[in-house]
Write a protein of this length. Sequence first.
Length: 267
Amino acid sequence: MDYTPNYNKPLRIICLTEESVETLFEIGAGDQIIGVSQFVKRPKEALDIPKVSMFTSSNIDKIIELKPDLVLGFSDIQKDIAKDLVEQGIDVWIANHRSIDDLLRYISTLSKMVDKKDQGQLLIEKILKNIRKAEDFSKTLKQKPKVYFEEWDDPLISAIQWVSEIIEICGGENIFQSKASGNLAKERFVGHQDIIKSNPDIMFACHCGKKVNINKIKSRNGYSDLAFIKSGHIFELEPEIFLQPGPACVLDGIDQIINVFEKWRDR
């Protein structure tokens, strides 16, 4: 029997989370995506792709029906979805990147998987260029603004690692930097008294799945004398940019942080 190898790149990809969608579109492989998360908002070309998944649950039957040759997910939270799909003989890659270095490694690996190595390297270089721009900007700050980034309000959850790194790269000081490397959300729980004691100059609120109520934040007990309340330096950020570990956070996200820091510098 003559053996003819057949090991083509994956052509039918399902993305259970947003960062893989954006990465694939950035490297020119968006046309290989056949299913996405309900939460996908970027890029606009992805909005018409069939929705097959939430974050903690997926429509397994629909995924099987679409006959993917690769499913991409993120974090231990999706381990049960991965298990159900693997039991059906479907290839699954669950990434768990938490830092900017991890993100660059993720882009490199994923681009090779879909035969877009060169495009992946161009995306990495684009991100590094933006990081260098942020580092140059940080040198214009005479002092570092103290920043509180709130990922959730009940319980209070502070910034995850890649967000904390962006704040620091742009010249800020994440007041809960020591908690940022915690992989589990509970490792980043903080208290109101911790925030009051730190008296941050700037607050970013970025709540996944719901609008931020800035007036409610302003009325929190003990907050009226905080620096960011008095100066009005409290801002809502988009979770689709900052709370997904993809290119958005180090491209658009960095630009947004720089814009706020610039206004604080020139106040």
